[in-house]
Design a protein around this ligand. Structure first.
Ligand code: ATP
Length: 484
């Protein structure tokens, strides 16, 4: 089997092979990518037997570091040599599913068990790394043939039922490699679609996130929508041609940013999330519901707590009225058409009037902060900018927004030319303007330090942004006017 193994990886694998011998194998995505002669990132080694002890020995040999998860029989080793990739060691395992869409029972197994528990034939390949057989590929499910013909195929008919995240994964690989989903698999996917609803929000969100990281995300979303996957996630979520165009705008924005914002790090997937949710002008898309659904179960770290514990216990029947009262009491008045859904033991409130989504969970109120919320927030703020709005005002309106939101705005044809120009000017010029005057200058001008400093500096910086100050002398004149 002809493969492309870059020199640095070759050395790494040979050294692991010296230590792990015939018990250790390279597995999964990296074997697939080496055969496809593509770059590979995650290096997974499966060990028949004790993966942790092989990992410990590799760590000692590399003078590196190790993180061990005894509970899962796994370990991650980082070499002291920074050119070596991080390596994950896993004990070979056998998995059995009791019910669709739940996590499997796991036991120690052989390499064959480990390959047969995998999602697709193209991911069920292993490569020997011991010195005698280095590079031999073990293919018990026809993965090499599927790589040749560009086919995505699961290993047994129950696979998509057992784990419906594989539906998302199938389209992700098909889109990434321009592969075709085998006909039998298409039928199996259609049958297993309803089981997507049994997945937790977090797992769905995670799969969508991974899709939106792909360069070919637009095509993958289009394929998923052809199979009505989005409607299963949320009943009114249809990916219309408009949304596909929205995703194209996201790609324009990503391209634009890679040229103009070279020194910044932008999260491509957030730009695509915004495009998928936030560009709909028709108002038909139940964006806030979808947001709530996709984000709500990532509760603790995703949600921003806005109000502490309220004493009321809200039971399902008397919900809406009581909850309305609770929200009013803490200063969050809800619009009349707010919807209240009790999902997985938590109340989800979608206030489309005020463009806000809240979660009420055992007395705590959380406001959901999502890419969509920021994009609609941007549109809201832009409506305040007219032809003669001062630069300083524009600066203060735009500086709160994440770069991804502004980058999308820059290329969104639905925004006016004036607004796009303002964003462009902010990103490329205004945001890097440094104040000419600092607190030290104020002290030199005889001002006593104190709380009022912030106000004066703010005033002078605004004057600078508006072009009234271009040197310290100008600033001093304006400072004296301010003091009178
Ligand atoms: P990528 O190239 O996108 O990182 P990958 O192939 O490395 O993808 P991971 O999600 O990192 O995929 O998983 C590593 C391997 O674990 C896969 O190649 C596959 O063999 C197996 N795997 C991952 N998720 C599943 C799943 N849901 N069901 C069965 N096997 C899976």
């Amino acid at each position: 089997m002809e493969m492309f193994i870059p020199d640095s990886l070759l050395k790494t694998l040979q050294e692991i092979g010296e230590i792990g011998g015939t018990d250790a194998y390279l597995v999964g995505g990296s074997v697939r990518d080496l055969i496809l002669k593509r770059e590979t990132h995650d290096i997974d080694i499966v060990v028949e037997g004790d993966a942790i002890s092989v990992a410990e020995n590799v760590k000692t040999y590399w003078h590196g570091e190790i993180q061990v998860h005894h509970q899962f029989g796994t370990a991650t080793v980082t070499s002291a040599n920074p050119t070596y990739p991080k390596i994950d060691f896993v004990t070979a395992r056998c998995e059995t599913y009791q019910q669709p869409a739940t996590l499997p029972n796991v036991e120690e197994g052989t390499l064959t068990d480990d390959l047969l528990r995998r999602d697709f034939s193209i991911n069920a390949l292993a490569m020997r790394i011991n010195s005698d057989d280095f590079g031999d590929v073990i293919d018990i499910t026809g993965g090499i043939e599927d790589l040749k013909t560009g086919t995505i195929r699961v290993l047994h008919d129950d696979s998509y039922f057992d784990d419906p995240t594989r539906i998302f994964r199938a389209f992700r690989y098909a889109g990434r490699y321009s592969f075709r989903i085998n006909e039998t698999d298409s039928d199996l996917i259609r049958e297993a679609l309803p089981f997507i609803s049994d997945l937790s929000g977090e797992r769905i969100r995670n799969e969508l996130d991974r899709i939106l990281l792909e360069d070919n995300a637009t095509e993958i979303v289009r394929m998923l929508s052809e199979f009505d996957v989005f409607e299963v996630i949320f009943k009114d979520w249809r990916i219309t041609p408009d949304l596909i165009n929205g995703l194209k705008t996201a790609e324009d924005s990503i391209k634009w940013s890679s040229i103009h914002l070279k020194d910044d790090t932008l999260l491509k997937k957030n730009i695509r999330w915004m495009a998928l949710f936030g560009l709909d002008e028709s108002g038909c898309l139940p964006t806030y519901h979808i947001e709530a659904l996709c984000y709500r179960l990532v509760l603790d770290h995703q949600l921003h707590r806005i109000a502490g514990h309220q004493k009321e216990t809200v039971c399902e029947e008397e919900s809406a009225t009581v909850l309305r009262g609770v929200f009013e009491k803490v200063g969050y008045g809800l619009a009349d058409n707010t919807t209240f859904d009790f999902i997985n033991g938590k109340w989800c409130l979608v206030d489309s009037g005020n463009k806000s989504t809240y979660i009420y969970d055992e007395g705590d109120i959380y406001k959901i902060q999502t890419p969509l919320a920021t994009y609609s927030g941007l549109k809201n703020v832009l409506s305040k900018i007219v032809e003669d709005t001062r630069d300083s005002e524009i600066y203060h309106l735009l500086r709160e927004f994440p770069l991804e939101t502004l980058a999308l705005g820059c290329t969104d044809g639905n925004l006016s030319e004036l607004h796009r120009e303002c964003i462009n000017n902010f990103l490329l010029r205004q945001r890097s303007v440094k104040p000419i005057i600092t607190g030290d200058d104020l002290i030199q001008w005889g001002e006593e330090p104190g709380e009022h400093f912030q106000k004066i500096l703010h005033y002078l910086f605004a004057a600078q942004l508006d072009g009234r100050i271009s040197c310290k002398q100008d600033a001093f004149t304006i400072f004296q006017e301010y003091k009178q």
